[in-house]
Design a protein around this ligand. Structure first.
Ligand code: PTJ
Length: 257
């Protein structure tokens, strides 16, 4: 199908078409397409831009990654398909960051395919392809981790994650940074540092912050982050947008019936 760049929602249609193609190749599971739709809905409600509160969260996340001893970024099918380049940029800007494949719907072939995409994006060492450890008390395949990665990480970045694993990671005493457009999701609510922003925008901002601070010594401690305020701000933004008269005004060019 040909998409016209003049279509007002060209970017969104392009991303959908790319994800659908990734799903046909087996990189993204059909459930991942549904998850993307939910993300799109929240992005729409948030105004499809990075909120100032999300930007603050991204800056704090960059500082936590710099303060961490063993930080890891977890990658599932959607993340590899949507943002392999941004993951590589973050990994370049934070030497020592582990990049680990972690899948809810795991098959060895999918894990290998995702690792290939990450390597092609410029990440030489991809963890989690053959898991060597397990997160206790978690029934799903998401429990299967790398003993050199998530198992020993002190800070985990978990984009598009399910609430069970976010909770399990916290129980293990890890600092959890989530990236999830839904401020009501269990993942956002249990994370120590929830970033309520779209994945590619969030990782791009994180990479830019890390690149800017590379010449400075890393912080000696983890600055506290007001997670409740970040979630409240995202919800307040959604509420304001839903109540605004502009929400029911016809878009320019729409014909009256
Ligand atoms: O590749 P697998 O097998 O590990 O499966 C990955 C999916 C995404 C299918 C799996 O993790 C899943 O089912 O996730 P959930 O529980 O649907 O949660 C995904 C969350 O990510 C939802 O809260 C969405 O709102 C959010 N989300 C979706 N797309 C984006 C997003 N958040 C930020 N940016 C996005 N592009």
């Amino acid at each position: 199908m040909r998409l016209s760049p003049r279509h007002p929602r060209y970017r969104s249609l392009r991303v959908r078409a790319d994800l659908a193609a990734s799903s046909r190749r087996g990189l993204v599971v059909p459930e991942g397409l549904i998850a993307h739709g939910r993300g799109e809905a929240f992005d729409y409600l948030l105004g499809e831009r990075t909120l100032p509160s999300a930007r603050r969260a991204e800056r704090a996340a960059a500082a936590w990654l710099r303060a961490a001893a063993r930080p890891v970024l977890s990658v599932n099918g959607n993340v590899a398909a949507l943002a392999a380049g941004e993951v590589a940029r973050v990994a370049r800007a934070r030497p020592g960051l582990g990049v680990e494949v972690n899948l809810f719907h795991r098959t060895p072939a999918r894990a290998r395919a995702i690792a290939r995409v990450l390597r092609a994006a410029g990440i030489p060492r991809v963890l989690g392809v053959r898991p060597t450890g397990r997160i206790p008390g978690l029934p799903s395949d998401r429990a299967r981790v790398d003993r050199a990665g998530i198992a020993v990480a002190d800070v985990c970045v978990i984009p598009l994650e399910d609430g069970d694993r976010a909770e399990a990671l916290r129980r293990l005493g890890k600092r959890v940074i989530s990236i999830d457009l839904n401020p009501l999701s269990r993942t956002s609510r249990v994370a120590d540092l929830p970033i309520v922003d779209e994945l590619t925008r969030a990782l791009g901002n994180l990479a830019a912050d890390l690149e800017r601070s590379r010449s400075r010594p890393p912080p000696s401690r983890f600055e506290p982050f007001d997670r409740a305020a970040a979630l409240r701000d995202a919800l307040a933004t959604i509420g304001r947008r839903l109540r605004s008269p502009a929400a029911v005004r016809r878009p320019p060019g729409a014909r009256p019936r």
